[in-house]
Write a protein that binds this ligand. Structure first.
Ligand code: SF4
Length: 546
């Protein structure tokens, strides 16, 4: 059994919880999430907040979140390694023994790093000087075990700001017992070393030695999102290439590298496609199909599928692979939902895909506008399926709920690339954030879909690992296509992936539990969208009223 270990960097508590719950609910494999949280106090249903919470969380820059787990109030924040093993345990193992296993993993990790620690019989967790006169708690543990599967886990203080555990709360409700951290115990090692040691030991505990370890970039400061450009000057993009190099991708094909034959399809647009184009123009709409010069346009349109870009053509972000304009967007067009619906009705589109640029300038990231488009389409063409391909709306659960409420038939959000390349390829987004968007959509009962672009420096195994993560959170449909470099200002192509490799990924993805994987060099997010949905969307064929 393989253990899928992921270092996810800094992840807001709510987003990590959404990913955990999806892996707990839908996962069939062993997963270990390792991360840090921004400042947050969490408490179980039996916590005594009146006694144990000694501050106004907002006043100290922290969130306060109630969760379904054992234990009283605790704290998570920068410099604290949080680990969530979402694993199947044998029936004979109960919650108490699972807690002991998690404790032993932390005890062994600390021992390798030079700290002797142990247990106290009267309190869970890991304690320094456990058998001595002054036991100090260095790691809190809170787990949930249901139907032989676990979630939640441990919080190990590495270089934690201990004021949050000493002054602002009574940690874990245990009054009179000191808390400590590795650095306070004289062991000042980088977080990465702690993660390396723990991940290796965890592989032996929950993965019988077989580990698939993937991680996001380490040098990722959460505030490092200064406005981006794709390299203002002529020639090579500056920052993103250096990030790619920092992620280990130092070679790439030249801009004039000849594409292999499988990427040079003969494109012919028949009369009906040209007529449809005119319709789109007359309605003042933009299709990604045309904007991106997609080679699949004729096939998709003839199949009654078209992808409309809503919320304008200017994005508030600058992903390294994307041709979209990155300048200040204008306000959303009030009449756009009706115009899109009119186009879909006049084009007899049965499977409409709405895609969007990132609108971080809008409080809800544009979700109310996309929802209005879905409703307008449902009014004008009741039988049409609507797929929405959305940005991560900066992880806002409220904004997502606005769209989920109109129940798009397919909720699509692209993870785009593997964990290691996220910071270089989509600097304003994040791996855990995208998994959380998909996990929340699944929890809302929607059919979910995601997509990857291959050929930007990832390995075949990393793609399989990403498919395993998507399968683990219950994603129903995945698309994988070849990266094509739009301009010299964009990231270079690292390789042309062979068609056979796409076929292998498709098979592997479906073996891992994904309902349908559409993978080929020319695949794009909406390619064969209708057929892909037919595979998984709960028995509501196109054309039937909801
Ligand atoms: S957020 Fe989307 S539209 Fe914006 S640059 Fe990235 S991929 Fe392109």
């Amino acid at each position: 059994m393989i253990l899928r270990t992921r270092w996810l960097g800094t992840v807001p508590y709510g987003e990590a919880l959404a990913v955990q719950e999806a892996l707990f609910e839908h996962g069939r494999e062993q997963h270990l999430l390792l991360l840090e949280h921004p400042h947050v106090f969490t408490y179980g249903p039996r916590a005594d907040l009146a006694t144990n919470l000694r501050c106004d969380p907002a006043a100290v820059g922290a969130d306060l979140v109630g969760v379904q787990r054992g234990g009283d109030i605790t704290y998570h924040g920068p410099g604290q390694l949080v680990g969530y093993p979402i694993v199947d345990v044998p029936d004979r193992i109960g919650a108490a023994e699972h807690v002991r296993n998690v404790e032993q993993l932390v005890i062994d990790t600390l021992a390798e790093l030079g700290i002797s620690a142990g247990r106290l019989t009267e309190h869970p967790g890991v304690w320094v000087d456990a058998a001595g006169d002054n036991p100090r708690k260095i790691c809190a543990i809170g787990v949930r075990l249901k139907h032989g599967r676990t979630m939640h886990g441990f919080a190990l203080n590495v270089v934690t700001d201990m004021a949050y555990l000493r002054e602002h709360i009574v940690a874990c409700g245990i009054a009179g017992r000191p808390v400590t951290s590795m650095v306070e115990e004289g062991v000042d090692v980088p977080m990465r070393d702690v993660v390396d040691t723990l991940a290796r030991l965890a592989g032996g505990r929950w993965g019988d030695g077989v580990a698939d370890r993937q991680e996001v970039a380490w040098r990722h400061r959460p505030d490092d999102l200064s406005p981006f450009s794709r390299g203002a000057g002529p020639g090579e993009p500056v920052r993103l290439v250096s990030r790619l190099a920092a992620a280990g991708v130092t070679t790439g094909l030249g801009i004039s590298a000849r594409k292999p034959v499988w990427l040079r399809p003969k494109v012919h647009h028949g009369r009906e496609v040209l007529a449809l184009r005119r319709t789109v123009r007359q309605l003042g709409l933009v299709t990604v199909c045309e904007d991106a010069g997609c080679p699949n346009l004729s096939e998709c349109w003839a199949d009654g599928t078209a992808t409309f870009m809503v919320l304008g053509e200017r994005c508030t972000r600058a992903c390294g692979f994307c041709l979209v304009d990155t300048s200040k967007p204008g306000p959303p067009a009030i009449d756009e939902p009706e115009r899109v619906a009119a186009a879909i009705a006049s084009m007899d589109v049965d499977h409409a895909v709405l895609t969007m640029v990132a609108r971080d300038d809008l409080p809800d990231g544009g979700m109310a506008h996309v929802a209005a488009c879905v409703e307008a389409i449902r009014r004008r063409r009741p039988g049409a399926r609507v797929e929405t391909l959305i940005s991560d709306v900066r992880g806002s659960a409220d904004a997502l709920a606005t769209l989920f409420a109109v129940r798009p038939d397919v909720l699509n959000h692209n993870v785009e690339t593997v964990a290691r390349l996220q910071r270089a390829v989509r600097p304003s987004a994040g791996y855990a954030r995208s998994l959380a968007v998909l996990a929340r959509a699944k929890a809302a009962g929607l059919t979910t879909k995601s997509g990857l672009i291959a050929g930007m420096g990832e390995t075949d195994d990393e793609v399989e690992g990403c498919l395993a993560d998507l399968a683990g959170i219950g994603v129903d449909i995945v698309t994988i296509g070849q990266y094509l470099r739009p301009t010299s200002h964009h990231l270079p192509v690292a390789r042309w992936v062979e068609p056979e490799q796409f076929a292998r990924w498709a098979r592997r993805g479906e073996e891992l539990g994904i309902g349908h994987v559409e993978a080929s060099p020319l695949t794009r997010s909406s390619y064969h969208a209708r057929a892909a949905a037919d595979h998984v969307v709960a028995a509501v064929p196109v054309g039937v009223h909801r």
